[in-house]
Design a protein around this ligand. Structure first.
Ligand SMILES: Cc1cc2nc3c(=O)[nH]c(=O)nc-3n(C[C@H](O)[C@H](O)[C@H](O)COP(=O)(O)OP(=O)(O)OC[C@H]3O[C@@H](n4cnc5c(N)ncnc54)[C@H](O)[C@@H]3O)c2cc1C
Length: 309
């Protein structure tokens, strides 16, 4: 096991200048929050992702895959081990309406390129800033649609080092969840390498209009300050933002973090917010909504890194 501050030996030799040490995660997360990752590197393709994960496993170094870090809150103490940013961006189309993508590709790029070609099924995803891998993990969705609804298969690197193909049914999609969600925390992360999506022919003009409408709706309802999107899942009865607002917490600040006055299910970084500020607002919202309405708010984002030390 590696001691903090000790040279990461084999992995540094293998990656040379591509390996960053003590890299502030605040430079990479959409929240602009997060302490240092011991080690940080970027995989330029799905193949490189396999190689980096295999190397980390051989060296017994804990690893975490991130896409665009738009759905995580990284602890102020940072992340021990190796963070691998998934940069494989390739996308291609086959058989008219089948889209293939490396898991590091941006969901928004998939949506725009599909719409341009007159292929519907992803137009709701134009404004979601994450990667395909992160979207599959959290079954990202908007406007009544979600990624599990168009995903056919994914190629996955299993913890034993084999690459297997999983069907949509095997991926266990549910509301903002899948079989992959929470694995980062358990240290046995299956790695999504690429995915296949079944789209449908639809007039490009209609798709462009729908996408423009969704963009307008986002602009009027969502804050522009750094955030990680919706903090909590919708509850069975009500949207989480409605409950937080009814609890009187809209606009509440702790340190540099604020429950957005524009949308109460967003916590925003007003500048210099710490992860503990955001966590304190999360705890406050959960406590107040439970006390006032007897409803439990469940996190949609994931807390990663050293929260206990
Ligand atoms: C302004 C804003 C608006 C948003 N709007 C929406 C919305 O409308 N709907 C919605 O669903 N979400 C929304 N989000 C949240 C987020 O963008 C999506 O959930 C997105 O799909 C996450 O992708 P990511 O690449 O950023 O994942 P990350 O945050 O990088 O990772 C999320 C989790 O997935 C894991 N992971 C990432 N890639 C892989 C991989 N290849 N293999 C295995 N595990 C992996 C990570 O380890 C982590 O546990 C929004 C976020 C922001 C900031």
């Amino acid at each position: 096991m590696r001691v903090k501050g000790e040279a990461p030996g084999e992995i540094a030799r293998a990656l040379g200048g591509k390996l960053l040490q003590n890299e502030p995660m605040s430079l990479h997360t959409s929240f602009r929050i997060g302490g240092p990752a011991d080690l940080y590197t970027v995989a330029a393709s799905a193949q490189e992702l396999v190689e980096l994960v295999s190397l980390a496993r051989e060296q017994d170094i804990p690893y975490l895959i991130i896409g665009r870090a738009t759905n995580i809150l990284v602890a102020d103490e940072g992340i021990r081990g190796l963070v691998i940013e998934n940069g494989g961006q390739e996308i291609w189309f086959e058989d008219d309406a089948v889209l293939y993508a490396e898991s590091g590709a941006l969901l928004g790029d998939l949506a725009r390129e599909s719409a341009r070609r007159g292929l519907g099924g992803l137009e709701w995803a134009g404004g979601i800033p994450g990667s395909v891998g992160g979207a599959i993990v959290g079954n990202a969705g908007a406007y009544g649609c979600y990624i599990g609804g168009v995903t056919r298969k994914a190629a996955v690197l299993a913890p034993d080092g084999t690459v297997c193909e999983l069907s949509a049914a095997e991926m266990g999609f549910g509301y903002r969840t899948s079989r992959f969600k929470g694995q980062a925390d358990e240290g046995q992360q299956e790695v999504i390498l690429s995915a296949e999506f079944a789209l449908r022919p639809e007039p490009a003009q209609e798709l462009a209009e729908k996408m423009a409408d969704y963009t307008r709706r986002r602009e009027t309802s969502q804050p522009t300050e750094p955030s990680a999107g919706s903090i909590f899942k919708r509850t069975r009865q009500y949207p989480a933002g409605f409950l937080i607002e009814q609890a009187g917490l809209k606009g509440m600040h702790i340190g540099g973090a604020q429950i957005s006055p524009k949308h109460a299910n967003f916590i925003v970084n007003l500048g210099g917010a710490r992860a503990t500020d955001v966590k304190a607002l999360i705890d406050l919202a959960q406590e107040q909504v439970w006390e006032q309405f007897g409803i439990e708010l469940e996190l949609e984002i994931e807390l990663v890194g050293e929260w206990n030390g």
